[in-house]
Design a protein around this ligand. Structure first.
Ligand SMILES: C[S@@+](CC[C@H](N)C(=O)[O-])C[C@H]1O[C@@H](n2cnc3c(N)ncnc32)[C@H](O)[C@@H]1O
Length: 298
């Protein structure tokens, strides 16, 4: 079937579920993933033909979209900071707000070579790495950095390791429950000694309170890992307290701590890092105007 003809069927099938703009974006994402064709390629090849056996794959996509499965999980792929990432239901789908966090760190690091001792490598730790989007993008943009990443979930780490290979970067991945780590500098797992201090610690930890559950869209609730989203006992700042405390003792003298935060708790999270003695604490908004990032110095 010619792609133009097929696009009309795709649209008609999904119109009861999504608006036209969303359907358009699903169509082009699927085209890119199943046929490696971008929007512009399609304009150049309007008579591109979708074979019978390929139509089955498209039909599968449509069926899953009808039950509101996120397109990234259906295709098993997404983009973060312009890089390709594999995703499945064991990892959070990387968000555009997190790209802004990476951008903020990379911009700051452009100034860092001047503050680093000669021949010393920038050391970065990401806590709660999920798909590995933060450490992989940072390593890609700061190739001289030595990057470490922790997650509690073995299944998430499997995905993160595949992403590091796909993006041709080396990251030191560590499986650990950060809430049970008491000293990052002398912390080690059976196969990985982490006896180092860091220039940068970054984290986008779980921060959604159960009481905010009703505000989360149903497809996020149904398909994204709750381990990545929710904190226990409605204690939204649980991970921030723990990580600020650990970072205090394991950042180098010029070290920086970066957090992605719960948009409703900007002031509270800022007060928290200040209470741990961090300096130059700044609250940053995301492109939607919500309080989203914190940056501070040891
Ligand atoms: C909000 S997600 C962030 C994922 C990724 N960094 C991103 O920005 O897309 C939080 C991550 O923290 C991990 N996590 C949850 N509890 C943890 C714990 N106690 N120790 C370490 N990691 C944890 C989850 O498995 C999840 O991957």
């Amino acid at each position: 079937m010619f792609v133009k003809e097929f696009k009309n069927i795709f649209k008609k099938d999904l119109l009861p579920f999504y608006d036209e703009q969303e359907i358009d974006s699903f169509f082009f994402l699927t085209l890119e993933n199943l046929h490696q064709m971008k929007r512009l390629d399609l304009a150049l090849q309007p008579n591109f033909y979708i074979e019978k056996n390929e139509i089955q794959q498209w039909e599968q996509v449509v069926e899953e979209l009808k039950v509101y499965k996120p397109i990234q999980y259906i295709l098993g792929a997404t983009e973060f900071c312009g890089l390709p990432f594999l995703v499945n239901e064991n990892v959070l789908i990387p968000r555009p707000e997190t790209e802004e966090l990476v951008e903020l760190i990379v911009k700051d690091c452009e100034l860092l070579p001047y503050t680093l001792a000669p021949n010393s490598k920038l050391k970065i730790l990401d806590i709660g790495t999920g798909s590995g989007c933060i450490p992989i993008a940072l390593k890609k943009f700061l190739p001289n950095a030595e990057v470490f990443a922790i997650d509690i979930s073995d299944k998430a780490l499997e995905v993160a390791k595949k992403n590091a290979i796909a993006n041709q970067v080396t990251i030191n991945f560590i499986q650990a429950d950060i809430l049970k780590v008491y000293d990052l500098q002398n912390f080690s797992t059976p196969n990985f000694p982490l006896s180092t201090s860091f220039d940068i610690i970054v984290s986008n930890p779980p921060y959604v309170r159960m009481l905010e559950k009703t505000e989360i869209s149903p497809n996020v609730l149904e398909y994204e890992p709750h381990l990545a989203l929710f904190v226990e006992d409605n204690d939204a700042l649980l991970f921030y307290r723990k990580i600020a405390n650990l970072a205090k003792n394991s950042l180098k003298p010029n070290g920086k701590l970066y957090f992605e935060i719960n948009q409703y708790l900007g002031k509270e999270t800022l007060a928290l890092v200040e209470s741990y003695g961090f300096k130059n604490c700044e609250l940053h908004k995301d492109i939607y105007g919500n309080d989203r990032m914190i940056k501070c110095n040891i």
